[in-house]
Design a protein around this ligand. Sequence first.
Ligand code: BG6
Length: 485
Amino acid sequence: MRSNPAFVIFGATGDLARRMLFPSLYFLDADGLLPADLKIIGAARSALRDSDFRAEIETAVKARSQEPLDTEVWKRFASRLRYCGGDAGRPETYGCLASLLEGSQERIFYLSTSPALYGAIVRGLAAAKLSEGESRIIVEKPIGRDRASCDMINDELSQHFAEKQIFRIDHYLGKEAVQNLIALRFANTLFEPLWDKVSIDHVQITVGETVGVEGRWAYYDEYGATRDMVQNHLLQLLCLVAMEPPADLDPESVRNEKVKVLRSLRPIGGADIARCTVRGQYRRGVTDGAAAPGYTEETGGAASDTETFVALCAQIDNWRWAGVPFYLRTGKRMPARSSEIVIQFRAVPHSIFGENDLMANRLTIRLQPEEEISLLLMNKTPTLAQGASRHGFDLKPLSLNLSLDDAFAKQRRRIAYERLLLEALQNNSTLFVRRDESEAAWTWVDAIIDGWTKQGVAPAPYPAGTWGPSSAFSLTLRNGHTWFE
Ligand code: BG6
Protein backbone atom coordinates (compact mmCIF):
# COMPACT_ATOMS: atom_id res chain seq x y z
CA MET A 1 0.00 0.00 0.00
CA ARG A 2 1.36 3.44 -0.90
CA SER A 3 1.73 5.79 1.99
CA ASN A 4 2.70 9.39 1.58
CA PRO A 5 5.25 8.89 -1.17
CA ALA A 6 8.12 11.35 -1.33
CA PHE A 7 10.58 12.22 -4.07
CA VAL A 8 13.82 13.78 -2.83
CA ILE A 9 16.32 15.38 -5.20
CA PHE A 10 19.86 15.86 -3.93
CA GLY A 11 21.62 18.52 -5.99
CA ALA A 12 18.28 20.31 -6.29
CA THR A 13 19.78 23.61 -7.37
CA GLY A 14 22.10 22.05 -9.95
CA ASP A 15 21.86 22.14 -13.71
CA LEU A 16 20.27 18.72 -14.30
CA ALA A 17 17.65 19.26 -11.62
CA ARG A 18 16.64 22.64 -13.03
CA ARG A 19 16.73 21.73 -16.70
CA MET A 20 15.27 18.24 -16.53
CA LEU A 21 14.11 16.85 -13.20
CA PHE A 22 11.78 19.53 -11.83
CA PRO A 23 10.28 20.33 -15.26
CA SER A 24 9.69 16.60 -15.82
CA LEU A 25 7.91 16.27 -12.48
CA TYR A 26 5.82 19.34 -13.28
CA PHE A 27 4.78 17.94 -16.68
CA LEU A 28 3.86 14.64 -15.07
CA ASP A 29 1.78 16.52 -12.52
CA ALA A 30 0.08 18.49 -15.29
CA ASP A 31 -0.90 15.19 -16.94
CA GLY A 32 -2.28 13.87 -13.66
CA LEU A 33 0.40 11.19 -13.42
CA LEU A 34 1.83 11.97 -9.99
CA PRO A 35 0.33 10.40 -6.86
CA ALA A 36 -1.96 13.01 -5.33
CA ASP A 37 -0.07 12.97 -2.04
CA LEU A 38 3.46 12.96 -3.46
CA LYS A 39 5.84 15.34 -1.66
CA ILE A 40 8.81 16.67 -3.58
CA ILE A 41 11.80 17.72 -1.54
CA GLY A 42 14.86 19.52 -2.85
CA ALA A 43 18.13 19.08 -0.98
CA ALA A 44 21.27 21.07 -1.68
CA ARG A 45 24.08 22.87 0.08
CA SER A 46 22.79 26.41 0.07
CA ALA A 47 20.40 27.72 2.68
CA LEU A 48 17.07 28.57 1.05
CA ARG A 49 13.60 29.21 2.36
CA ASP A 50 10.83 27.05 0.87
CA SER A 51 9.40 30.14 -0.80
CA ASP A 52 12.72 31.04 -2.46
CA PHE A 53 13.18 27.47 -3.57
CA ARG A 54 9.68 27.42 -5.11
CA ALA A 55 10.45 30.66 -6.95
CA GLU A 56 13.66 29.15 -8.35
CA ILE A 57 11.85 26.05 -9.49
CA GLU A 58 9.08 28.12 -11.08
CA THR A 59 11.68 29.94 -13.16
CA ALA A 60 13.28 26.64 -14.14
CA VAL A 61 9.97 25.06 -15.15
CA LYS A 62 8.91 28.15 -17.12
CA ALA A 63 12.20 28.11 -19.00
CA ARG A 64 11.49 24.54 -20.12
CA SER A 65 7.80 24.89 -20.87
CA GLN A 66 6.64 25.88 -24.34
CA GLU A 67 3.40 27.26 -22.94
CA PRO A 68 2.64 29.48 -19.94
CA LEU A 69 2.27 27.42 -16.78
CA ASP A 70 -1.27 26.45 -15.83
CA THR A 71 -2.02 28.36 -12.63
CA GLU A 72 -3.91 25.50 -11.00
CA VAL A 73 -1.26 22.93 -11.84
CA TRP A 74 1.52 25.20 -10.66
CA LYS A 75 -0.30 25.82 -7.36
CA ARG A 76 -0.68 22.10 -6.84
CA PHE A 77 2.93 21.43 -7.84
CA ALA A 78 4.33 24.25 -5.68
CA SER A 79 2.42 22.96 -2.67
CA ARG A 80 4.31 19.67 -2.98
CA LEU A 81 7.72 21.39 -2.83
CA ARG A 82 9.88 21.62 0.28
CA TYR A 83 13.54 22.42 0.66
CA CYS A 84 16.21 21.07 2.94
CA GLY A 85 19.60 22.82 2.92
CA GLY A 86 22.84 21.34 4.21
CA ASP A 87 26.08 19.58 3.55
CA ALA A 88 25.72 16.01 2.29
CA GLY A 89 28.42 14.89 4.73
CA ARG A 90 26.70 16.22 7.89
CA PRO A 91 24.16 14.29 9.97
CA GLU A 92 22.02 17.45 10.53
CA THR A 93 21.10 17.42 6.84
CA TYR A 94 19.50 14.00 7.24
CA GLY A 95 17.81 15.07 10.44
CA CYS A 96 16.10 17.82 8.47
CA LEU A 97 15.16 15.34 5.74
CA ALA A 98 13.89 12.79 8.23
CA SER A 99 11.53 15.32 9.75
CA LEU A 100 10.21 16.31 6.31
CA LEU A 101 9.80 12.62 5.48
CA GLU A 102 7.93 11.82 8.66
CA GLY A 103 5.14 9.37 7.78
CA SER A 104 6.49 8.63 4.27
CA GLN A 105 7.16 4.95 3.79
CA GLU A 106 7.87 5.18 0.09
CA ARG A 107 10.89 7.40 -0.46
CA ILE A 108 12.74 7.91 -3.70
CA PHE A 109 16.09 9.67 -3.53
CA TYR A 110 17.50 11.06 -6.76
CA LEU A 111 21.25 11.64 -6.42
CA SER A 112 21.75 14.42 -8.95
CA THR A 113 25.19 15.20 -7.55
CA SER A 114 28.78 14.33 -8.30
CA PRO A 115 29.35 10.58 -7.75
CA ALA A 116 31.98 11.67 -5.22
CA LEU A 117 29.06 12.44 -2.88
CA TYR A 118 27.16 9.18 -3.37
CA GLY A 119 28.95 7.43 -0.50
CA ALA A 120 28.27 10.24 1.97
CA ILE A 121 24.63 10.48 0.91
CA VAL A 122 23.82 6.77 1.22
CA ARG A 123 25.62 6.61 4.56
CA GLY A 124 23.69 9.65 5.80
CA LEU A 125 20.39 8.17 4.63
CA ALA A 126 21.14 4.83 6.25
CA ALA A 127 22.17 6.43 9.55
CA ALA A 128 18.89 8.34 9.60
CA LYS A 129 17.06 5.07 8.81
CA LEU A 130 15.84 6.49 5.54
CA SER A 131 17.18 3.63 3.42
CA GLU A 132 14.79 1.12 4.88
CA GLY A 133 11.40 -0.12 3.75
CA GLU A 134 10.26 1.07 0.39
CA SER A 135 13.14 3.44 -0.22
CA ARG A 136 15.01 3.54 -3.51
CA ILE A 137 17.77 5.63 -5.01
CA ILE A 138 18.27 6.87 -8.53
CA VAL A 139 21.83 7.52 -9.61
CA GLU A 140 23.17 9.36 -12.61
CA LYS A 141 26.12 8.57 -14.79
CA PRO A 142 29.07 8.62 -14.68
CA ILE A 143 29.04 5.51 -12.52
CA GLY A 144 32.79 5.37 -12.42
CA ARG A 145 35.49 6.19 -14.89
CA ASP A 146 36.44 2.56 -15.37
CA ARG A 147 35.46 -0.85 -14.03
CA ALA A 148 37.43 -0.42 -10.80
CA SER A 149 35.84 2.93 -9.87
CA CYS A 150 32.42 1.63 -11.00
CA ASP A 151 32.89 -1.28 -8.56
CA MET A 152 33.79 1.12 -5.76
CA ILE A 153 30.67 3.22 -6.31
CA ASN A 154 28.42 0.17 -6.62
CA ASP A 155 29.94 -1.38 -3.50
CA GLU A 156 29.25 1.84 -1.59
CA LEU A 157 25.65 1.94 -2.76
CA SER A 158 25.08 -1.73 -2.06
CA GLN A 159 26.19 -1.41 1.55
CA HIS A 160 22.96 0.41 2.28
CA PHE A 161 20.62 -0.36 -0.61
CA ALA A 162 19.76 -3.71 -2.19
CA GLU A 163 20.18 -3.96 -5.97
CA LYS A 164 16.42 -3.84 -6.49
CA GLN A 165 16.37 -0.46 -4.70
CA ILE A 166 19.03 1.03 -7.03
CA PHE A 167 17.91 2.68 -10.26
CA ARG A 168 20.84 3.60 -12.57
CA ILE A 169 19.71 6.14 -15.13
CA ASP A 170 20.70 6.09 -18.76
CA HIS A 171 18.54 8.82 -20.20
CA TYR A 172 18.68 7.21 -23.67
CA LEU A 173 16.41 4.48 -22.31
CA GLY A 174 13.82 7.17 -21.57
CA LYS A 175 13.72 8.32 -25.19
CA GLU A 176 10.53 7.41 -27.02
CA ALA A 177 12.38 6.28 -30.12
CA VAL A 178 14.57 3.95 -28.08
CA GLN A 179 11.54 2.29 -26.49
CA ASN A 180 9.99 2.15 -29.93
CA LEU A 181 12.90 0.00 -31.00
CA ILE A 182 11.66 -2.63 -28.54
CA ALA A 183 8.16 -2.29 -30.00
CA LEU A 184 9.42 -2.46 -33.58
CA ARG A 185 11.35 -5.65 -32.91
CA PHE A 186 8.91 -7.48 -30.68
CA ALA A 187 5.45 -6.21 -31.66
CA ASN A 188 5.90 -7.04 -35.36
CA THR A 189 6.47 -10.42 -36.95
CA LEU A 190 8.16 -8.91 -39.96
CA PHE A 191 11.64 -8.28 -38.66
CA GLU A 192 12.46 -11.01 -36.17
CA PRO A 193 12.93 -13.86 -38.70
CA LEU A 194 15.37 -11.63 -40.60
CA TRP A 195 17.15 -10.29 -37.54
CA ASP A 196 20.43 -12.21 -37.69
CA LYS A 197 23.62 -12.91 -39.57
CA VAL A 198 21.78 -14.69 -42.39
CA SER A 199 19.92 -11.57 -43.50
CA ILE A 200 21.80 -8.67 -41.93
CA ASP A 201 25.10 -7.53 -43.37
CA HIS A 202 26.06 -4.99 -40.73
CA VAL A 203 24.65 -2.46 -38.27
CA GLN A 204 25.61 1.18 -37.79
CA ILE A 205 24.83 3.17 -34.65
CA THR A 206 25.64 6.87 -34.83
CA VAL A 207 25.06 9.56 -32.23
CA GLY A 208 26.27 12.84 -33.71
CA GLU A 209 26.17 16.15 -31.90
CA THR A 210 26.93 19.59 -33.32
CA VAL A 211 27.70 21.04 -29.90
CA GLY A 212 31.17 21.11 -28.41
CA VAL A 213 31.84 20.61 -24.72
CA GLU A 214 29.82 23.72 -23.76
CA GLY A 215 31.46 24.76 -20.52
CA ARG A 216 31.82 21.13 -19.32
CA TRP A 217 35.50 20.95 -20.19
CA ALA A 218 36.68 19.94 -16.73
CA TYR A 219 34.31 16.93 -16.64
CA TYR A 220 34.60 16.04 -20.29
CA ASP A 221 38.37 16.12 -20.46
CA GLU A 222 38.51 13.49 -17.70
CA TYR A 223 36.13 11.23 -19.60
CA GLY A 224 36.12 11.70 -23.38
CA ALA A 225 33.64 10.35 -25.89
CA THR A 226 34.21 6.66 -25.14
CA ARG A 227 33.44 6.90 -21.44
CA ASP A 228 30.87 9.68 -21.82
CA MET A 229 28.78 8.13 -24.60
CA VAL A 230 29.86 4.63 -25.67
CA GLN A 231 30.01 2.93 -22.27
CA ASN A 232 26.39 3.84 -21.64
CA HIS A 233 24.18 5.26 -24.41
CA LEU A 234 25.67 3.56 -27.47
CA LEU A 235 26.08 0.18 -25.79
CA GLN A 236 22.51 0.36 -24.53
CA LEU A 237 21.32 0.96 -28.09
CA LEU A 238 23.46 -1.94 -29.30
CA CYS A 239 21.93 -4.18 -26.63
CA LEU A 240 18.39 -3.35 -27.69
CA VAL A 241 19.21 -4.06 -31.33
CA ALA A 242 21.07 -7.28 -30.63
CA MET A 243 19.34 -8.90 -27.64
CA GLU A 244 17.27 -12.06 -27.85
CA PRO A 245 13.51 -11.62 -27.39
CA PRO A 246 12.90 -11.40 -23.64
CA ALA A 247 10.05 -13.50 -22.23
CA ASP A 248 8.25 -10.34 -21.10
CA LEU A 249 8.97 -6.75 -20.12
CA ASP A 250 9.85 -7.65 -16.58
CA PRO A 251 13.03 -5.81 -15.47
CA GLU A 252 14.99 -9.01 -14.99
CA SER A 253 13.85 -10.59 -18.28
CA VAL A 254 14.96 -7.58 -20.30
CA ARG A 255 18.17 -6.94 -18.40
CA ASN A 256 19.19 -10.60 -18.50
CA GLU A 257 19.06 -10.42 -22.30
CA LYS A 258 20.98 -7.15 -22.46
CA VAL A 259 23.76 -8.38 -20.22
CA LYS A 260 24.19 -11.49 -22.39
CA VAL A 261 24.89 -9.22 -25.36
CA LEU A 262 27.42 -7.17 -23.41
CA ARG A 263 29.19 -10.32 -22.30
CA SER A 264 29.31 -11.58 -25.89
CA LEU A 265 31.09 -8.48 -27.16
CA ARG A 266 34.48 -9.55 -28.45
CA PRO A 267 37.20 -7.74 -26.49
CA ILE A 268 39.13 -5.29 -28.67
CA GLY A 269 42.85 -5.31 -27.97
CA GLY A 270 46.23 -6.00 -29.60
CA ALA A 271 46.23 -5.54 -33.39
CA ASP A 272 42.46 -4.89 -33.34
CA ILE A 273 43.04 -1.53 -31.65
CA ALA A 274 44.38 -0.15 -34.94
CA ARG A 275 41.91 -2.12 -37.08
CA CYS A 276 38.72 -1.64 -35.10
CA THR A 277 38.98 1.71 -33.30
CA VAL A 278 39.38 5.38 -34.20
CA ARG A 279 39.86 8.28 -31.79
CA GLY A 280 39.49 11.87 -32.90
CA GLN A 281 39.60 15.38 -31.47
CA TYR A 282 38.07 18.42 -33.15
CA ARG A 283 40.06 21.37 -34.33
CA ARG A 284 38.68 24.73 -35.45
CA GLY A 285 35.99 24.54 -38.09
CA VAL A 286 32.38 25.46 -38.80
CA THR A 287 29.26 24.02 -37.18
CA ASP A 288 25.67 25.23 -37.52
CA GLY A 289 26.94 27.87 -39.96
CA ALA A 290 29.24 29.54 -37.43
CA ALA A 291 32.95 29.37 -36.74
CA ALA A 292 33.68 26.88 -33.98
CA PRO A 293 36.83 26.79 -31.86
CA GLY A 294 39.01 23.71 -31.54
CA TYR A 295 38.57 21.48 -28.48
CA THR A 296 41.64 22.80 -26.70
CA GLU A 297 40.50 26.38 -27.38
CA GLU A 298 37.12 25.92 -25.69
CA THR A 299 36.54 27.73 -22.40
CA GLY A 300 38.60 25.97 -19.79
CA GLY A 301 40.56 24.16 -22.47
CA ALA A 302 44.24 23.23 -22.32
CA ALA A 303 46.55 20.79 -24.09
CA SER A 304 44.75 17.45 -24.05
CA ASP A 305 44.66 14.06 -25.65
CA THR A 306 41.03 13.33 -24.76
CA GLU A 307 38.93 12.05 -27.67
CA THR A 308 35.84 14.00 -28.71
CA PHE A 309 35.06 11.42 -31.40
CA VAL A 310 35.21 7.67 -31.41
CA ALA A 311 34.36 5.04 -34.00
CA LEU A 312 34.47 1.33 -33.26
CA CYS A 313 33.84 -1.88 -35.10
CA ALA A 314 32.32 -4.25 -32.56
CA GLN A 315 31.67 -7.96 -33.01
CA ILE A 316 29.17 -9.95 -31.01
CA ASP A 317 30.37 -13.51 -30.59
CA ASN A 318 27.15 -15.48 -30.45
CA TRP A 319 25.11 -17.62 -32.83
CA ARG A 320 22.81 -14.83 -33.97
CA TRP A 321 25.46 -12.24 -34.79
CA ALA A 322 28.72 -14.06 -35.55
CA GLY A 323 30.56 -12.15 -38.28
CA VAL A 324 28.17 -9.14 -38.40
CA PRO A 325 30.03 -5.88 -37.74
CA PHE A 326 28.31 -3.40 -35.43
CA TYR A 327 29.83 0.00 -36.15
CA LEU A 328 29.49 2.54 -33.35
CA ARG A 329 30.27 6.21 -33.87
CA THR A 330 29.78 9.30 -31.76
CA GLY A 331 31.32 12.72 -31.66
CA LYS A 332 31.04 16.36 -30.74
CA ARG A 333 31.06 19.07 -33.43
CA MET A 334 29.72 16.81 -36.14
CA PRO A 335 27.98 18.36 -39.16
CA ALA A 336 24.51 17.45 -37.85
CA ARG A 337 22.70 16.50 -34.67
CA SER A 338 21.76 13.11 -35.85
CA SER A 339 21.30 9.86 -33.99
CA GLU A 340 20.31 6.79 -35.88
CA ILE A 341 20.53 3.06 -36.07
CA VAL A 342 20.92 1.59 -39.52
CA ILE A 343 20.29 -2.08 -40.18
CA GLN A 344 21.85 -2.95 -43.49
CA PHE A 345 20.36 -6.13 -44.92
CA ARG A 346 22.27 -8.37 -47.30
CA ALA A 347 22.01 -8.06 -51.05
CA VAL A 348 19.76 -10.43 -52.98
CA PRO A 349 21.75 -13.60 -53.72
CA HIS A 350 21.25 -13.32 -57.50
CA SER A 351 19.91 -10.49 -59.63
CA ILE A 352 17.54 -11.23 -62.50
CA PHE A 353 17.48 -7.55 -63.51
CA GLY A 354 20.41 -7.32 -65.89
CA GLU A 355 22.13 -3.95 -65.77
CA ASN A 356 20.18 -2.58 -62.86
CA ASP A 357 22.22 -1.94 -59.75
CA LEU A 358 20.30 -3.38 -56.85
CA MET A 359 20.64 -1.73 -53.48
CA ALA A 360 20.21 -3.97 -50.50
CA ASN A 361 17.32 -3.21 -48.15
CA ARG A 362 18.09 -0.85 -45.31
CA LEU A 363 16.09 -0.13 -42.19
CA THR A 364 16.88 3.21 -40.56
CA ILE A 365 15.64 4.03 -37.11
CA ARG A 366 16.17 7.70 -36.50
CA LEU A 367 16.15 8.80 -32.90
CA GLN A 368 17.10 12.46 -33.29
CA PRO A 369 16.41 15.19 -34.20
CA GLU A 370 13.06 13.70 -35.29
CA GLU A 371 11.76 10.19 -34.75
CA GLU A 372 11.47 8.35 -38.02
CA ILE A 373 11.63 4.84 -39.33
CA SER A 374 12.39 4.22 -42.96
CA LEU A 375 12.84 1.11 -45.02
CA LEU A 376 14.68 1.28 -48.30
CA LEU A 377 13.17 -1.01 -50.94
CA MET A 378 13.94 -1.56 -54.61
CA ASN A 379 11.04 -0.52 -56.85
CA LYS A 380 10.24 -0.60 -60.51
CA THR A 381 10.17 2.83 -62.17
CA PRO A 382 6.77 3.18 -63.90
CA THR A 383 7.28 2.75 -67.65
CA LEU A 384 5.63 6.07 -68.50
CA ALA A 385 7.56 8.07 -65.99
CA GLN A 386 9.63 10.82 -67.46
CA GLY A 387 13.11 9.75 -68.33
CA ALA A 388 12.32 6.05 -68.15
CA SER A 389 14.16 3.94 -70.67
CA ARG A 390 12.57 1.35 -72.93
CA HIS A 391 13.73 -1.50 -70.75
CA GLY A 392 10.88 -3.27 -69.03
CA PHE A 393 12.56 -3.08 -65.64
CA ASP A 394 14.17 0.14 -64.59
CA LEU A 395 14.66 -0.18 -60.89
CA LYS A 396 15.04 2.50 -58.29
CA PRO A 397 15.56 2.42 -54.51
CA LEU A 398 12.68 4.16 -52.72
CA SER A 399 11.99 4.62 -49.09
CA LEU A 400 8.95 3.62 -47.06
CA ASN A 401 8.79 6.27 -44.36
CA LEU A 402 7.08 6.41 -41.02
CA SER A 403 7.38 9.72 -39.23
CA LEU A 404 6.41 9.42 -35.60
CA ASP A 405 6.17 13.21 -35.37
CA ASP A 406 3.51 13.25 -38.10
CA ALA A 407 1.69 10.20 -36.81
CA PHE A 408 1.30 11.80 -33.38
CA ALA A 409 1.34 15.37 -34.61
CA LYS A 410 -0.45 17.35 -31.95
CA GLN A 411 1.05 15.57 -29.01
CA ARG A 412 3.83 17.01 -26.93
CA ARG A 413 6.87 14.76 -26.93
CA ARG A 414 7.87 13.87 -23.43
CA ILE A 415 11.41 14.52 -22.34
CA ALA A 416 13.25 11.30 -21.62
CA TYR A 417 13.39 12.01 -17.88
CA GLU A 418 9.60 12.15 -17.57
CA ARG A 419 9.29 8.51 -18.58
CA LEU A 420 12.14 7.45 -16.33
CA LEU A 421 10.92 9.33 -13.26
CA LEU A 422 7.48 7.88 -13.76
CA GLU A 423 8.91 4.36 -14.02
CA ALA A 424 10.94 4.92 -10.83
CA LEU A 425 7.83 6.20 -9.06
CA GLN A 426 6.09 2.99 -10.10
CA ASN A 427 9.05 0.94 -8.91
CA ASN A 428 9.67 -0.50 -12.37
CA SER A 429 13.34 -0.83 -13.24
CA THR A 430 13.04 -2.25 -16.77
CA LEU A 431 14.39 0.99 -18.23
CA PHE A 432 17.25 1.27 -15.74
CA VAL A 433 20.70 -0.27 -15.87
CA ARG A 434 21.49 -3.22 -13.61
CA ARG A 435 24.85 -3.46 -11.88
CA ASP A 436 26.12 -6.33 -14.03
CA GLU A 437 25.28 -4.39 -17.20
CA SER A 438 27.33 -1.39 -16.17
CA GLU A 439 30.17 -3.70 -15.13
CA ALA A 440 30.20 -5.62 -18.42
CA ALA A 441 30.08 -2.37 -20.39
CA TRP A 442 33.04 -0.97 -18.45
CA THR A 443 35.06 -4.15 -18.90
CA TRP A 444 34.66 -3.90 -22.69
CA VAL A 445 35.39 -0.18 -22.82
CA ASP A 446 38.37 -0.43 -20.43
CA ALA A 447 40.14 -2.87 -22.77
CA ILE A 448 39.89 -0.37 -25.63
CA ILE A 449 41.14 2.55 -23.55
CA ASP A 450 43.91 0.38 -22.17
CA GLY A 451 44.91 -0.58 -25.74
CA TRP A 452 45.09 3.10 -26.71
CA THR A 453 47.27 3.87 -23.70
CA LYS A 454 49.62 0.93 -24.23
CA GLN A 455 49.93 1.53 -27.95
CA GLY A 456 50.20 5.33 -27.59
CA VAL A 457 47.17 6.01 -29.82
CA ALA A 458 46.58 9.77 -29.78
CA PRO A 459 43.31 11.20 -31.13
CA ALA A 460 43.50 12.13 -34.82
CA PRO A 461 42.45 15.72 -35.55
CA TYR A 462 39.27 16.53 -37.48
CA PRO A 463 37.86 19.94 -38.38
CA ALA A 464 34.73 20.89 -36.42
CA GLY A 465 31.73 20.32 -38.69
CA THR A 466 32.97 17.06 -40.23
CA TRP A 467 32.21 13.40 -39.50
CA GLY A 468 35.48 12.76 -37.71
CA PRO A 469 38.97 11.89 -38.92
CA SER A 470 39.49 10.16 -42.26
CA SER A 471 40.51 6.98 -40.46
CA ALA A 472 36.85 6.63 -39.44
CA PHE A 473 36.06 6.03 -43.09
CA SER A 474 38.80 3.44 -43.47
CA LEU A 475 37.36 1.60 -40.47
CA THR A 476 34.24 0.63 -42.42
CA LEU A 477 35.84 0.55 -45.89
CA ARG A 478 38.17 -2.19 -44.72
CA ASN A 479 35.08 -4.44 -44.66
CA GLY A 480 33.66 -2.95 -47.86
CA HIS A 481 31.15 -0.75 -45.97
CA THR A 482 30.53 3.01 -45.82
CA TRP A 483 28.89 5.16 -43.17
CA PHE A 484 25.40 6.39 -44.06
CA GLU A 485 25.10 10.12 -43.61
C1 BG6 B 1 25.11 12.94 -21.97
C2 BG6 B 1 26.54 13.26 -22.25
O1 BG6 B 1 24.99 11.74 -21.25
O2 BG6 B 1 24.40 12.80 -23.20
C3 BG6 B 1 26.67 14.51 -23.07
O3 BG6 B 1 27.24 13.44 -21.02
C4 BG6 B 1 25.83 14.41 -24.32
O4 BG6 B 1 28.04 14.76 -23.41
C5 BG6 B 1 24.40 13.97 -24.00
O5 BG6 B 1 25.82 15.68 -24.94
C6 BG6 B 1 23.61 13.68 -25.25
O6 BG6 B 1 22.28 13.49 -24.92
P1 BG6 B 1 21.10 13.83 -25.96
O7 BG6 B 1 19.86 13.41 -25.27
O8 BG6 B 1 21.20 15.30 -26.24
O9 BG6 B 1 21.41 13.01 -27.20
